[in-house]
Design a protein around this ligand. Structure first.
Ligand code: F6P
Length: 548
């Protein structure tokens, strides 16, 4: 395969970046009062205003040509057909089937996957209804008050993010907690306020072999047995979500208490499967299905809409514009919503584990940047920490602002202030403040001329800093589903253009293997031969720090 960077479409974009380098966004807005209408669209309850980007109609058309060169339509069709688009693992990628509330036919190796999906959904409904209504009782006959989901990566980040995002839909009678880190602090500090008789553990692991999850699950089991004194209690207090029935049974969980999913569900795309059980427990199965419906709507939009009016495609191409032609290395996600505070961390996995690759799907090293560093935190907190760099630093940081217009918690003027800040940040990034404006402002403040000259360089904002404004009315399950699916498809499109396998994650393996060797050194109080001097000295230091 030829690298996309050698294509005419790529070269056109390189030239085009140089051509538009002198354009000022504030001028573009002044020249074209229709700019915001021209560069915006509304779909599935999401309004995307991408007018504050360094783009013209020509830019967008050049970017669309790049998508065509990458054969985006072919790869989209291939995904839908259930082809093994995850070629390095030989797997189909069918998370869209998990939220397929429509007519589409999804098959893997000629087998319709929908009956199995529907059957697990109905088991999730029965179980979550039982727990939430108090029909499912703990071993001592008490009602479940706390659910602790133990999992890591894709088996935790999605459900954790969604549960927090939809907290306004949760009832106070059932609290949901997440434990992922093998640092015992997290498990201990979560369990210290809980009662084993009223706690239900959901052990979520696709493979059921992940070190962190199994270690936490073992300790949770000990905690439970220490209080309830009987192995029979495990059946009332532990359920599993996995693809690995044998390992679940070997752990001691009754396979009847296991919720299945399938190898064609990637970890970071799994919140729509039984991995979403903590979500169903937190907000109820009806709401969980609303989340699926929102994602399904976005799937249909992604599959059906022409590229020029296709939200995930537009977002993907804008990202590529700055990443590959504008020299930016990162992409900030700034939700102006406290309940979306885990969204940046969730998207870090979706994006960076998917597209943090250095060779194409054929194994050829790329000669261009692939996935950017994704980072962020909610506004307005972010304004008081790192926004300085985004406004006046030397780096270009494309930013997504995510803004629900209606608050679940109207409180005096809080929401007006939140929204005003969000709009102002995007406006300031776009407009900047010129030297003349900075000087005029200082002069109006009666500041001595000499001091003004010293301050002016610090008061200039270059502006021209790009952002997307992603607006929803209210953060409902439906709209959240659409928002997540929008980002999933954006990542897919970028992966297609970069020619990488967005669905494997070999990069997490080496560290895992080496941790295994080091752990065995700890157990034997030794250090394996051939270990580098830095690691060896750190291993010795750890031996010395070990309590006797
Ligand atoms: O860290 C790599 C990874 O494989 C992720 O892709 C996955 O989401 C996570 O580990 C958890 O894996 P499992 O669900 O098998 O425990």
């Amino acid at each position: 395969m030829h690298l996309i960077s050698h294509s005419p479409a790529w070269r056109t974009l390189e030239t085009h970046w140089r051509e538009i380098a002198d354009l000022r966004m504030r001028d573009l807005f002044e020249q074209d009062p229709e700019r915001s209408r021209r560069f915006s669209l509304e779909q599935c309850g999401i309004y995307l205003d991408y007018s504050k980007n360094l783009v013209t109609e020509q830019t967008m058309s050049n970017l669309m040509a790049l998508a065509k060169t990458a054969d985006l339509t072919f790869w989209g069709d291939s995904l839908l057909r259930g082809d093994k688009v995850n070629n390095t693992e030989g797997r189909a990628v069918l998370h869209m089937a998990l939220r397929n509330l429509g007519y589409r036919d999804y098959q893997v190796d000629g087998v319709d996957v929908m009956p199995a999906i529907r059957s697990v959904l109905s088991r999730m409904r029965a179980f979550s209804d039982d727990v939430r209504s108090g029909r499912w009782l703990g071993y001592t006959g008490q009602r479940i008050t706390d659910v602790v989901s133990i999992g890591i990566g894709g088996s935790s980040l999605g459900p954790k993010m969604v549960c927090e995002a939809l907290r306004p839909y949760q009832e106070r009678t059932l609290r949901v907690h997440f434990v992922s880190n093998v640092d015992g602090a997290q498990l201990v500090q979560t369990l210290q306020w809980l009662d084993p008789a009223t706690t239900l553990f959901v052990i979520a692991s696709k493979t059921f072999t992940t070190q962190e999850t199994i270690t936490n699950a073992d300790s949770a089991r000990d905690w439970c047995l220490e209080a309830l004194h009987n192995e029979a209690a495990i059946a009332r207090h532990f359920v599993a979500v996995s693809t690995n029935t044998e390992a679940v049974a070997a752990f001691g969980i009754d396979p009847h208490n296991m919720f299945e999913f399938w190898e064609w569900v990637g970890g970071r795309y799994s919140l729509w499967s039984a991995i979403g059980l903590p979500i169903a427990l937190a907000i109820g199965m009806d709401r969980f299905e609303e989340l699926l419906a929102g994602a399904h709507d976005m799937d249909e939009h992604f599959v059906e809409a022409p590229p020029e009016r296709n939200m995930p495609i537009i977002l993907a191409l804008l990202g590529i514009w700055y990443n590959n032609f504008g020299g930016s290395d990162t992409h900030a996600i700034i939700p102006y919503n406290q309940n979306l505070r885990h969204l940046p961390a969730y998207l870090q996995q979706v994006d960076m584990e998917s597209n943090g690759k250095r060779v194409t799907r054929d194994g050829e090293p790329v000669d261009y940047q692939t996935g950017p560093v994704i980072w962020g935190q909610p506004g307005t907190d972010a304004q008081h920490s790192f926004f300085q760099l985004i406004h006046q630093g030397t780096r270009l940081v494309p930013t997504d602002f995510i803004l629900p217009m209606v608050s679940h918690h109207p409180l005096d003027e809080h929401h007006d202030k939140l929204v005003a800040n969000c709009l102002a940040q995007a406006q300031a990034l776009m407009r900047g403040r010129t030297e003349a404006e900075a000087r005029a402002e200082l002069e109006a403040g009666n500041i001595p001329a000499e001091r003004i000259e010293k301050l002016v360089p610090h008061r200039i904002f270059p502006g021209n800093r790009p952002s997307n404004m992603i607006v929803v009315d209210k953060l409902t399950p439906h709209v959240l589903g659409a928002l997540i699916a929008m980002y999933e498809h954006k990542v897919f499109v970028q992966g297609v253009i970069w020619g990488v396998d967005s669905f494997d994650q070999w990069g997490v393996e080496l560290g895992k293997q080496l941790a295994g060797h080091i752990l065995s050194d700890f157990r034997q109080i030794s250090c394996s031969p051939g270990v580098d001097s830095s690691t060896a000295s750190l291993i010795r230091r750890y031996h010395m720090a070990m309590p006797d």
